[in-house]
Design a binder for this molecule. Structure first.
Ligand code: FAD
Length: 330
């Protein structure tokens, strides 16, 4: 249902109920890694189940639609104002790790991460809030002597976005470290604990629907000694250097624009069509990596959409292969 988000009564009610959680007329280009997009009339932040539930109750009572935004590293916002509310998970506080001795349920509301080392075992679990950046989850794990999240390096998204997208690299994806997540399922109007089998992860997808919300997630780690951590950190630096060499990381982008079709690479197909450097307005196919679109600062969402359509059509005409976007259209 469309709603008049300029309505001063609605805005006043939201402000009075949710105070600092409410942001009005937010410029989306500031929240997008591609630096495009119009504005969100209303954006509401939440850090935990406790402050998400009252928001959802109110939105339901008023029949207001919403979508969830993570760190905006995979989303193409439209140039026009959004006709739904944006919900955004944020960190509960600056304190990044609750004391490990605390029981699983005790203090999570005050901390975005809790790590549990299973005594006498080689494994550990890391419980993190949806708004935490993957790189921070990785650093928390390594600084507490645990490995397993190394593939997070170079993926600039949040935990929630990564679970939704089953983010990953060729060798490893979220599903390989995933234990469970607390998820608001719109169909059931409840927050539930979901396990790997429930999410049916696939290549850059899960079964979560647009209005489902990942509130937190638990990942399985391995305990490691100091030498093993040092080796992993060195390897991290190498991997980052490789990414910098192959990907246009200095320019605004959304990572891989298209999913790789079975047995092939989207970038290879796009390059073979001679499309590297092709542009629409301020958006161009990167000359460094053909599966990245980059913004020179003046590009719009419309430019990006037109370029993505052109690429898909050109690849189809040349190879009869349909490219599906990895980028999410908000
Ligand atoms: C330079 C660069 C490199 C990248 N490299 C990789 C890579 O190697 N591998 C890879 O997989 N991806 C990569 N990406 C893409 C992106 O970082 C991942 O898809 C990431 O998981 C998206 O997380 P996000 O928080 O930014 O989500 P967003 O972009 O904000 O959202 C993506 C989708 O997830 C949904 N979503 C976000 N948060 C939640 C939540 N809490 N609950 C439910 N749904 C939610 C959104 O509604 C949207 O549908 C790259 C991106 C960039 C810019």
């Amino acid at each position: 249902m469309k709603s008049n988000f300029a309505n001063p009564k609605l805005r006043a009610e939201l402000r009075s109920l949710f105070a600092q959680q409410v942001h009005e007329d937010v410029q989306l280009r500031n929240l997008s890694y591609l630096k495009t997009g119009g504005h969100a009339p209303l954006l509401l932040e939440f850090s935990h189940e406790h402050n998400l539930i009252p928001i959802l109750s109110l939105l339901q009572a008023k029949g207001l639609n919403y979508k969830v935004l993570g760190l905006g590293t995979n989303i193409l916002f439209p140039d026009s104002p959004l006709d739904f509310i944006v919900l955004k998970p944020v960190l509960p506080s600056k304190q990044l790790l609750a004391p490990a001795a605390m029981p699983a349920t005790s203090n999570f509301a005050a901390s975005p991460a809790q790590l549990y080392k299973e005594e006498g075992m080689k494994t550990a679990t890391l419980h993190v809030t949806a708004g935490l950046a993957l790189i921070r989850a990785l650093r928390i794990a390594q600084s507490h002597g645990c490995l397993g999240l190394e593939f997070f390096l170079g993926i600039p998204g949040s935990v929630g976005g990564a679970v939704r997208m089953n983010a990953g690299v060729a060798e490893r994806e979220i599903k390989d470290v995933f234990v469970s997540a607390r998820v608001f399922l719109q169909s059931q109007r409840h927050i539930r604990t979901l396990y790997k089998k429930d999410l049916r992860f696939g290549y850059r997808k899960s079964k979560l629907k647009t209005a489902d919300i990942v509130v937190s997630a638990t990942f399985r780690l391995q305990q490691a000694n100091a030498a093993e951590i040092q080796i992993a950190k060195k390897r991290n630096l190498q991997k980052l250097a490789e990414r910098r060499e192959k990907q246009p990381l200095a320019k605004p982008s959304l990572g891989s624009a298209f999913k790789n079709p079975p047995g092939n690479y989207a970038g290879k197909l796009i390059e073979a069509c001679g499309l590297k450097g092709r542009s629409r307005g301020g958006i161009a196919i990167s000359s460094k990596h053909a599966n990245f679109i980059v913004n020179d600062g003046s590009g719009s969402a419309q430019d990006a959409k037109a370029l993505l359509d052109e690429v898909a059509e050109t690849v189809w005409n040349r190879f009869s292969i349909r490219l599906a976007t990895e980028i999410v259209f908000f």
